[in-house]
Every structure is written in structure tokens, then in C-alpha cells.
Design a protein around this ligand. Structure first.
Ligand code: NDP
Ligand code: OXD
Length: 314
């Protein structure tokens, strides 16, 4: 029984090593070492080259090496096997660290402190808002959004969240559906985006949405945090919104095109904080362990979990 690992953009060596360790009974092959197509039962993808999984007559399931699966949608030759995404505490906790870190950096004006230190200026901020003075709205209350919401609310932020279907979370005011979105935006000082990229969500972070965010909050203007996907944001609208004051600042981990082009104006904008799509990286040991556990459970006759709904795209 074999597993076909098709990865682009990441070094495949640590993945091969971890899959061998966690699935010792399986042969781990890559498109370059694949000889016996009929032996492949499982495919594992991160931005695989289109066609990597064609002509595998015994394929049972495809696994994404991330929480998102939009990176597989570019492949018109993708077989109809179930697609399983990563839902794992390591990935979840790393994302919450990024969200909490960014929210606190905006709350505490870290960029001002850096400027002051560079200029050897000693000036404290007597008007410092507390987390309880700031309202955070999270787009997406799934595995990642719900955990970030919980952790932000533990710190004291007034936390809200928005999802497609109704959700209930302790300490988090929940909104859902098209009707719920504007109500949350109108009260949001920090907007966190942890949505999947689907046909319904592409381009959702645009000027029309930014204009609906709360005014008069303690941060001096709305702040955007996007670690969902670059395709969710309209980068020209983010720049325009920062320049005309519709947004005060933005922390972006994901971009319309990755890697972000050297000449992108986002790099040098004084109100933008950039990270290179590493808000929550797929750690090979944790993720290979998760995929291996899913495969072993499936082979014991249990149903696959965290299977993507092809109609919804997540
Ligand atoms: P989930 O599928 O668990 O959650 C998705 C959430 O988005 C759900 O609450 C869902 O609503 C909501 N949602 C989806 N479509 C809509 C819509 N049209 N309107 C309103 N709400 C919607 O995903 P995860 O939390 O595990 O991951 C979210 C995304 O985070 C991934 O898809 C990936 O793109 C990104 N990611 C980024 C990483 C990084 O390093 N930057 C790392 C890992 C993930 P409902 O609850 O009703 O289904
Ligand atoms: C993911 C990612 O989807 O790393 O997990 O972006």
C-alpha cells in the first residue's frame, strides 16, 4: 500500500521522513519515484502540480497538508476522491498565537514604541486603551477562528464572530449569514479574517466592507488582520482604505500573489505589517501524525473525518 506525496514550494524531505515514521507499513512515494500507480491508496498534497493524482485506480482519499484546500482547486484533473483537510491542535494553537500577537501589537502601538526606541525617545502613553475597550470581530468561526475567539476573549477583548451557519461559543457574540455580517462590522474595531477561500468568500475584504467597520473606537480607526487567504482581500482597496483613513492599519499574512512581489507597495506602507504566510505553518511531525492517524482509522473501518464539502469548497 502506498501514499503519493505531491508537494510544491516546500522541501519534501522532512515530509517523506515523517510519513515513513508515522506510516511504517506504507510505501511513501513522490511523483518522481512513482512506478506502480495501482498501489497508491492515498494522495497528500500541498499545491501539487496539476495532474499529479491522475490515473490512480485504487485511490481512496486525498489529504491536504494544510487547513485550507483552495490550493488543490487549480487542478482540473483532480480525481473525485474525498478531500480531507488538517484539523489539528498544533496548527490551531499557532494560528491563535499569531492572532493574539497581532491584536496585542495593534492595541499596544508596538510600531510607535519601535520608532521611539530608534530615536531614543522616552514617552509613555497615558491614553493606552485596555483590551476590554476594544471590540474584535472574527470572520470565520471554524477550527481556527473559534480558538482565536476564545483566546482573545480570555485576554479581555470584546469578541464577536461570524460564520455561515449559526454557532454558539461561550464569551463570544456570534453572528451568521449575510444578515449578521453588517451588524458585526458596525461594532468591530479589529477585524480578523480566518475564512476559507471559496467562491462565496473571494474578495470579501474590499472597500465596501471596510466602510462598514466601526468608527470612533479606542484604536483611532479600524484595523484589519488577514491570515485566511490572499484571495479574500482586494489589495488595491486595502491601500486605498489605509490612505483615506477608512482603515487605520493592517496585519497581512497572506497575499493575492505569493510570494509577495518585490515591488509591491504593501511592503513599504507605514500602516501595514507583513508576515510571509507563516501565521500557522504546517509542522511536518504534527501534520504527518494527523494524516497517519486518519489513514489508520479509515483502514480500521472508521469514516474519514474533516472531509471537505465539494459544493461549499471548504
Ligand atoms: P473551518 O472550515 O474550520 O472554518 C471555516 C469558517 O468559515 C466556518 O466558521 C465557516 O462557517 C466560515 N465560512 C465559510 N464560508 C463562509 C461564508 N460564505 N460566510 C460566512 N462564513 C463562512 O476552517 P479553519 O478554521 O480550519 O481554517 C480557516 C482558513 O484559515 C483555512 O481555510 C485557510 O485558508 C486559513 N489558514 C491559514 C493559515 C496561515 O498560516 N495563514 C494556516 C491555516 C489555515 P460555518 O461554521 O457555518 O461552516
Ligand atoms: C493552511 C495554510 O491552509 O498553511 O494550513 O495556509
Amino acid at each position: 500500500m502506498s501514499l503519493l506525496l505531491a508537494v510544491t514550494g516546500w522541501d519534501e524531505a522532512p515530509w517523506i521522513e515523517r510519513f515513513k515514521r508515522h506510516l511504517p507499513e506504507h510505501l511513501i512515494v513522490t511523483p518522481a519515484t512513482l512506478t506502480d500507480r495501482a498501489s497508491i491508496r492515498y494522495g497528500v498534497s500541498w499545491r501539487h502540480a496539476p495532474g499529479a493524482f491522475v490515473d490512480l485506480p485504487n485511490l481512496k482519499a486525498l489529504f491536504s497538508l494544510g487547513a485550507g484546500v483552495d490550493h488543490m482547486a487549480h487542478d482540473p484533473l483532480l480525481p473525485r476522491a474525498p478531500i480531507v483537510r488538517v484539523v489539528d491542535p498544533d496548527l490551531r494553537d499557532r494560528m491563535s498565537e499569531w492572532v493574539v500577537m497581532r491584536a496585542l501589537m495593534h492595541l499596544r502601538g508596538v510600531r510607535r514604541l519601535e520608532r521611539q526606541q530608534a530615536a531614543r525617545v522616552w514617552r509613555d502613553d497615558r491614553d493606552q486603551p485596555a483590551a476590554r475597550d476594544v471590540r474584535v470581530g472574527i470572520l470565520g468561526l471554524g477550527a481556527l477562528g473559534a480558538d482565536s475567539a476564545r483566546k482573545l476573549s480570555l485576554i479581555g477583548f470584546r469578541t464577536m464572530g461570524w460564520s455561515r451557519t449559526a454557532r454558539a461559543l461561550d464569551g463570544v457574540e456570534c453572528f451568521h449569514g449575510e444578515g449578521g455580517l453588517d451588524a458585526m462590522l458596525a461594532r468591530t474595531d479589529i477585524l480578523v479574517c480566518l475564512l476559507p477561500l471559496t467562491q462565496a468568500t473571494r474578495g470579501i475584504l474590499n472597500m465596501r466592507l471596510f466602510a462598514k467597520l466601526a468608527r470612533g473606537g479606542r484604536l483611532g480607526g479600524p484595523v484589519l488582520l488577514n491570515a485566511g487567504r490572499g484571495g479574500l482581500q482586494v489589495e488595491s482597496d486595502i491601500l486605498a482604505a489605509l490612505d483615506d483613513g477608512t482603515l487605520k492599519a493592517a496585519s497581512l499574512d497572506v497575499f493575492e500573489t505569493e510570494p509577495l512581489a518585490q515591488d509591491s507597495p504593501l511592503w513599504s506602507h507605514p500602516a501595514i505589517w507583513i508576515s510571509p504566510h507563516d501565521a500557522s505553518m504546517s509542522e511536518p511531525d504534527a501534520v504527518a501524525r494527523y494524516v497517519a492517524a486518519s489513514i489508520l482509522a479509515f483502514e480500521r473501518g472508521e469514516p474519514l473525518r474533516n472531509v471537505v464539502d465539494p459544493a461549499l469548497g471548504y
